[in-house]
Ligand binder design. Structure first.
Ligand code: AMP
Ligand code: MG
Length: 329
């Protein structure tokens, strides 16, 4: 059985951050564990701003964790229908993104993820019959959010794990801006968001992890996020088969879309988080179609057979030692 915390920890530590040098003013940096991952916040600013940012993450974790039985989300899942403005707003956003992605992003998969053991670490492979009956308790279309009331059929439960870190990044970004921070690198597991540029005016460089180790390349980023979803981020193995945590809402099984990872670059942290999960479920072909149809973000896809694809908006921002193809409109 795989102990996921050290794996997630190692992954998050090894991931993403290059070029933290160059912060001419006062650099404050902090690392902690929240939302089931290692987070590292680096800001050019006062320590009090970092304290506030960390407190905000813990507040959101306590609000939105599906595992923490006292969270508002857990109470909603237990049958309470009245929720705070903030939770109502995020649930509505999640449902909008489900609609936009034609259900590839679906926040109602909690019962299925639980059956696989992804929340407890007690992994098992549910059989086809179990999955069939669990899937009857899923489906974003059956969740209704109106004002501060969220209702869903008996047995349904929401998991905001595919969007929560993006929302946390969005909150941190606005909180830090309000505190006067003009340069920051916020690494929340697979979600990296930057404020401004490095103090010397050059763009932050965010490395995108290669699922097999090392990096796929780096993205020059300013006031945007680089969010990656991939099966390598959390998985277990049984009888020589690898099962990962991103589920195909159609089958209830780990998505097998032919992608090893999907990265979204965007100014909208919350949407980017949901989209990277959704693109991973869609696979390269549908992801390309989706990007052409919806736009508003750029992406980097790595296929299981090693093709690296980037959208044209990243042409000047993405650097890699690997060969890559550019997707154009
Ligand atoms: P991410 O790391 O943002 O791709 O999110 C993965 C997490 O989202 C998983 O650990 C689950 O909690 C949840 N999840 C899994 N599959 C889906 C899906 N198809 N749609 C939405 N959330 C999902
Ligand atoms: Mg996500």
């Amino acid at each position: 059985m795989q102990n996921r915390k050290p794996a997630v920890l190692l992954w998050a530590l090894s991931a993403i951050l290059l070029c933290l040098c160059g912060c001419a003013g006062r650099t404050e940096k902090r690392q902690f564990f929240a939302m089931d991952t290692v987070m590292e916040l680096t800001i050019c600013g006062e320590r009090s701003a970092l304290d506030a940012a960390q407190a905000e993450i813990f507040r959101l974790d306590a609000l939105l964790s599906a595992q923490n039985q006292s969270s508002e989300l857990a109470r909603l899942n237990a049958g309470q229908t009245a929720v705070s403005d903030e939770t109502a707003k995020l649930v509505k956003r999640a449902l909008e993104l489900s609609r936009l992605t034609d259900g590839a992003f679906d926040p109602t998969l909690l019962p299925v993820s639980q059956a696989w053991g992804f929340f407890t670490g007690e992994y098992r492979v549910p059989d086809a019959e179990q999955l069939r009956s669990l899937l009857e308790k899923t489906g974003w279309q059956r969740v209704l959010a109106d004002g501060n009331t969220v209702t869903m059929p008996q047995g349904f439960a929401l998991d905001l794990g595919g969007i929560g870190k993006g929302y946390a990044a969005e909150r941190l970004r606005s909180l830090l801006l309000q505190a006067g921070v003009r340069s920051a690198l916020l690494s929340l597991g697979g979600n990296v968001s930057v404020i401004g540029t490095k103090p010397d005016g050059s763009a932050w460089r965010v490395a995108v992890q290669h699922p097999e180790g090392g990096f796929l390349g780096t993205v020059e980023a300013a006031d945007e996020c680089v969010v990656t979803s991939g099966g390598y981020q959390r998985f277990f193995e049984r009888d020589g088969v690898r099962y990962h945590h991103i589920l195909d809402p159609q089958t209830g099984r780990p998505a097998e879309s032919g992608l090893s990872s999907a990265t979204v670059v965007s100014g909208d942290d919350t949407a980017a988080d949901a989209l990277s999960t959704a693109l991973f479920v869609m696979g390269a072909e549908k992801a390309e179609e989706f990007w052409r149809r919806c736009g508003g973000f750029e992406m980097i896809l790595l296929t299981d057979d090693g093709r690296l694809l980037i959208t044209e908006g990243l042409r000047q921002k993405f650097t890699s030692e690997l060969p890559f193809e550019v997707i154009v409109r």
